[in-house]
Design a protein around this ligand. Structure first.
Ligand SMILES: Cc1cc2nc3c(=O)[nH]c(=O)nc-3n(C[C@H](O)[C@H](O)[C@H](O)COP(=O)(O)O)c2cc1C
Length: 190
């Protein structure tokens, strides 16, 4: 068995009573049965990143702020990402976009997939995230998860996906694993 892939599962909401937390916990729990994946939950509420305040663009690659450096190290530690994506006014929440904007090279040439929920399974938010990911030189994957009726699937703070959610998540894990391995090998060689 090759080395496990480190995957960050990033919660896209910091709102009180957010669905992102139970959904993200469910994703990490489901990933525990995947030998190849080592998933870590990343809570943007705990990171508390300010709206991008620095003079230099992250693509310039000169980080000086300690929090920006810590976030860069966290992002760099992973082989891929699963974004837990709500939909706010047909786009991703600002807190998630800001976390993506905050660093640059550390995202490059790594796969990203999406677990969305909301009225249309956050389909419109995920479409925008796909474009943003491409600009960050990530590989946004086919087969994101669109959870319908999330509110009825959370009981006492725990999310339970139905058969379709589980099937879609299984496919998303398969893709993260395949692309994670392929791109990790390519990064090592280049
Ligand atoms: C500011 C805001 C905007 C929203 N806009 C949408 C929307 O455009 N489409 C949608 O399906 N749901 C929308 N919703 C409902 C969210 O899908 C629902 O609140 C979901 O639980 C948000 O994720 P969260 O609980 O993790 O923050 C919106 C909610 C908020 C707070």
């Amino acid at each position: 068995m090759a080395d496990r892939l480190k995957i960050l599962v990033i919660l896209g909401s910091v709102r009180e009573g957010r669905m992102a937390l139970p959904v993200g916990q469910w994703v990490v729990e489901q990933a525990a049965s995947r030998e190849a994946l080592d998933c870590e939950l990343v809570d943007l509420k705990q990171w508390d990143l300010p709206f991008y305040p620095f003079a230099k663009a992250p693509s310039a690659g000169h980080y000086s702020d300690p929090l920006q450096i810590r976030w860069a190290e966290k992002v760099a530690s992973a082989d891929g990402y699963i974004l837990i994506a709500p939909e706010y006014n047909h786009g991703p929440p600002a807190v998630l976009k800001n976390a993506l904007d905050f660093v640059y090279a550390e995202w490059n040439r790594k796969p990203v997939t999406f677990v969305g929920y909301g009225g249309n399974g956050a389909a419109r938010s995920i479409e925008q995230l796909t474009c943003i990911a491409r600009e960050l030189q990530m590989a946004p994957l086919e087969g994101s998860v669109h959870i319908m009726g999330v509110w009825g699937k959370v009981k006492d703070g725990t999310f339970a996906g139905d058969e379709k959610d589980l099937r879609w998540l299984g496919h998303a894990f398969d893709e993260v694993e395949w692309w994670g391995r392929a791109l990790a090998a390519a990064r090592r060689e280049s």
